[in-house]
Ligand binder design. Structure first.
Ligand code: TXA
Ligand code: MG
Length: 320
């Protein structure tokens, strides 16, 4: 089993030696390795069982480091960096040769992000290389938002998990790029589109699918628990599954259902707060995945603020 601890020196020594450490970020936990070392990067893909066509995000300590790895930093994207870094925003920028092709799956752009979690900020200051880090879960499963989630699934494969407590955002970063002068959101995430549009005006949200080559990681079925998820009107779904005599659990936005036992339900935010719902989404899905039921019934949130990104994850979890 991996050791769970808060020793930044130990974590940096492991990384320096070319091995992997799980790190806390404000979005989700990452599985980190030296982004400039192809051997370490290969270990990331192997440990996650991740297909090599799915590129990694490179984490740096501050905006001043971006030029080491990128050829240009267009003004529109720079504006977003200034407004939202450190934070749950990833920018796609033209890469320099120093970034191994393995990291970007051969693409000419590299995904870069400055995370805000203080533990990982300190770690990024302590090492003299950037950290490639995908979410620290087996490929296709729900991202981890607590150190124990990482331990549960990758604990046998890595030596150390840096503990930073519960992730404060709980959804992966929002990924933004620029094509022919047009800002494009490639992945909805922990920074809402409305917040982005307040800074740079209207952006395009690209419909994400496995056929979208620009964001190869955005497969239709992703972020999924093992238990099947069915999305729809909860009252109606519950009625249907009762009639079928099938055991179910439920995931609701704010409404509590008294008739359902508490080991079989998650209310994302009793107050209807989108931030709280985002923080609770992945741990809630993990909890229900262990409830021993044959199906998880869930409802979509209103399509605003973080509701958009939460619905994106719910739809992927429900996709076959
Ligand atoms: O919040 C996050 O972004 C977390 C934390 C650990 O930083 N990381 C994360 O990484 O979610 P991951 O590997 O699970 O998702 C990264 C996604 C890829 O699946 C891919 O869709 C996209 O980022 N990506 C990376 N590089 C890209 C590139 N050059 N062009 C297009 N998409 C890229
Ligand atoms: Mg992931």
């Amino acid at each position: 089993m991996a050791e769970i601890g808060i020793d930044i020196h130990k974590a940096s020594a492991i990384l320096q030696a070319g091995n992997l450490v799980a790190i806390p970020t404000e979005t989700v936990y990452g599985l980190a390795g030296n982004a400039l070392d192809p051997v370490a990067v290969t270990k990331i893909f192997e440990t996650k069982n991740r297909p090599s066509f799915d590129p990694l995000i490179v984490h740096v300590a501050g905006v001043d480091q971006v030029a080491r790895y990128t050829r240009e930093f267009p003004e529109e994207l720079r504006k977003l960096a200034v407004a939202f870094w450190p934070g749950p925003l990833t920018l796609l920028l033209p890469k320099k040769d120093i970034v191994p092709d393995l990291v970007t799956s051969g693409l000419d752009t590299v995904a870069v992000r400055v995370p805000s979690h203080p533990v990982t900020s300190a770690l990024l200051q302590a090492v003299d290389f950037p950290l490639a880090a995908p979410s620290a879960n087996p490929f296709g499963y729900i991202s981890p938002t607590q150190a124990v989630h990482v331990q549960d699934q990758l604990g046998e494969k890595i030596a150390y998990i840096l503990d930073g407590g519960d992730c404060s955002v709980g959804l992966e970063s929002t990924i933004v790029g620029l094509e022919h002068g047009q800002l494009i959101v490639y992945r909805l995430g922990g920074l809402s589109v409305s917040a982005i549009e307040e800074v740079v005006g209207p952006v395009l949200i690209l419909p994400q699918s496995s056929s979208n080559p620009k964001s190869p990681g955005m497969l239709k079925s992703h972020y999924a628990p093992r238990t099947p998820v069915v999305l729809g009107d909860l009252d109606q779904l519950m009625e249907n599954y009762r009639q079928k005599g099938e055991e179910f659990a439920i995931l609701s936005f704010s409404k509590d259902y008294d008739e359902i036992g508490k080991e079989k339900k998650v209310v994302l935010s009793p107050q209807g707060d989108f931030g709280e719902a985002a923080r609770n989404l992945f741990s809630g899905m993990r909890f229900l995945d262990k409830a021993g039921v044959s199906v998880i019934l869930a409802e979509e949130l209103p399509e605003k603020h973080l509701g958009k990104a939460i619905n994106d994850r719910l739809r992927r979890a429900a996709a076959k």
